[in-house]
Design a binder for this molecule. Structure first.
Ligand SMILES: NC(=O)c1ccc[n+]([C@@H]2O[C@H](COP(=O)([O-])OP(=O)(O)OC[C@H]3O[C@@H](n4cnc5c(N)ncnc54)[C@H](OP(=O)(O)O)[C@@H]3O)[C@@H](O)[C@H]2O)c1
Length: 354
């Protein structure tokens, strides 16, 4: 059986990736796409500013874009709705959807820290999907959130280190791509010959969401991790795609660079290992040994954009571990993760909607 899906916010950067991945997906039928009123009732190819490296899929070129409203979704009756809207619009629309009974996978930052809302990075915390049962107390439908882009990349790198050696402190300084700011993004006058050391609310998202994702599921609720903390400093840089993050961390006990490297390479993503999810990369974490990698332009498309690349793993003279991690922000950090979550939902659909 194939699941009928709709992409809400299909003309944005995340929406275009979702459309591209879902239009040819073996488990999903893309039955509808939406955007703002201005673009509604026109052909997708005539209103979208296509920004991906691949050609627009032929089967979506002629699709008519719907206005983003609940009546249109009710007419389509999808099994799963993927939303990729600005947060101020998403915070109302996601709730309208779940009140109506839809299963929603949402990319915006609203509701990410709610106790009964799973914030999923499937290789890391697929078991958190079990908190969805608690949502029966407030909605007919179910809301699942995709984490902040820099956080998805960071937590995938931290997971094997935390599991094997424990964590006390994590400091991260990010160099985030322009595409992270959406299709209208940052003006060229602001970013050419420049770095902007500020992205609104981004540091709090990385610091709080990481602890939720690496938290424990107990008594059907998620207990954020209290054994370590994360402190973040963020920067917007003149790169199109791919967030590079410089990480400094202290483990519970001192470990060698070789032990850290081995734990990353051997990470087994136990939580979803046997599910055969089509979007899961065969190697979620790739370790490079060259002294000047990873680099956004060279490494962001590893594993079709779903693998993260870790390099420059080293130690300072106080036994802090340092490394760089790179991930494709609109794929691993957004739409690719959203589709992977969709596949996890598809595998558990009947349990989820009970
Ligand atoms: N970009 C990333 O790397 C990334 C990563 C993780 C999470 N996110 C989150 O994902 C969401 C989407 O991000 P994005 O980068 O794709 O943004 P974007 O490029 O600005 O796209 C926004 C989408 O929302 C639609 N939209 C805007 N205002 C609307 C309204 N009033 N009514 C209905 N639709 C409206 C737009 O339609 P029109 O074309 O008609 O305006 C467009 O389809 C955001 O919440 C963002 O924070 C983004």
């Amino acid at each position: 059986m194939k699941f009928n899906v709709v992409v809400v916010g299909s003309t944005g950067l995340v929406g275009q990736r979702l459309v591209s991945m879902l239009s040819k997906h073996q488990w999903f039928n893309l039955i509808g796409i939406t955007a703002s009123k201005d673009k509604a009732n026109k052909k997708y190819k005539d209103v979208v500013k296509w920004s991906l490296e691949n050609k627009m899929p032929e089967n979506v070129e002629e699709m008519i874009v719907y206005d983003t409203n609940i009546e249109n979704i009710n007419n389509l009756k999808p099994d799963i709705v993927f939303t990729s809207l600005p947060t101020d619009i998403s915070k109302d629309f996601d709730i309208q959807l779940v009140k109506q009974g839809y299963v929603v996978i949402s990319h915006a930052s609203n509701n990410r820290m709610d106790k009964d809302v799973p914030l999923l990075n499937p290789e890391v915390n697929a078991d958190h999907i079990n908190v969805l049962k608690l949502q029966a107390n407030r909605w007919k439908g179910r809301l699942i959130k995709v984490p902040n882009c820099a956080t998805s990349i960071l937590t995938l790198a931290l997971k094997p280190i935390y599991d094997n050696f424990g964590l006390r402190h994590v400091f991260v300084s990010t160099m985030q791509a322009l595409s992270g700011a959406g299709i209208n993004g940052v003006s060229s006058m602001a970013i050419l010959d420049n770095i902007i050391p500020y992205i609104e609310h981004e540091e709090e998202k990385i610091e709080n969401e990481s602890l939720k994702i690496l938290g424990e599921l107990s008594n059907e609720s998620i207990k954020p991790n209290e054994s370590f903390y994360v402190s973040a400093s963020v920067h917007r840089v003149n790169v199109l795609e791919g967030h590079l993050e410089s990480v400094f961390l202290k483990t519970d006990n001192d470990v060698s660079v070789e032990e850290i490297k081995k734990s990353l390479i051997e990470f087994k993503e136990n939580k979803i290992k046997n599910l055969n999810l089509p979007t899961k990369p065969s190697q979620p974490i790739i370790v490079r040994n060259e002294i000047d990698r990873p680099q956004p332009r060279l490494d962001r498309n590893e594993g079709n954009g779903m693998s993260i690349v870790v390099g420059r793993i080293r130690k300072d003279n106080r036994n802090w571990i340092k490394f760089n991690v790179l991930g494709h922000n609109t794929i691993r950090g957004a739409a690719g993760n959203g589709v992977l979550i969709g596949e996890l939902v598809a595998k558990n659909y009947n349990d989820i909607i009970q």
